[in-house]
Ligand binder design. Structure first.
Ligand SMILES: [Cu+2]
Length: 115
């Protein structure tokens, strides 16, 4: 009898914590970058490969916009912008890391594709 009570308490507890986990911390955003070409897409998206909390990251080359979906409990939008900046690209109001920018191929630097 005691066990049954204990088990139902446990089940209730587990149900409660499961509920808590469904509280969404998933966020989406669009970041304006200074990407120029398909190589930039590879570089920027590649920078997120092993970043915890990133669910989706897709760069649209024509608009230079990076669409992200992420877990805001694990990573902030500003941290995401910093990662883009560390890869050598502007991210909204965060300027690119100049060493990383200088290391980019000429076609990936601003105006490199003639736009
Ligand atoms: Cu490029």
């Amino acid at each position: 009898m005691k066990n049954i009570i204990l088990i139902s308490f446990l089940a209730m507890f587990m149900a409660c914590s499961a509920q808590k986990n469904t509280t969404s911390t998933i966020a989406t955003a669009t970041i304006q970058t200074s990407a120029e070409c398909g190589m930039c897409k590879t570089t920027i998206e590649g920078a997120f490969t092993d970043v915890d909390g990133m669910i989706l990251y897709k760069l649209d080359v024509p608009s230079k916009k990076l669409r992200v979906k992420y877990d805001s409990a694990k990573i902030s939008l500003d941290q995401i912008r910093q990662i883009v900046a560390s890869a050598g690209y502007d991210a909204d109001d965060v300027a690119s890391n100049s060493d990383a920018y200088d290391a980019l191929p000429a076609c990936c630097q601003k105006g490199g594709m003639g736009n």
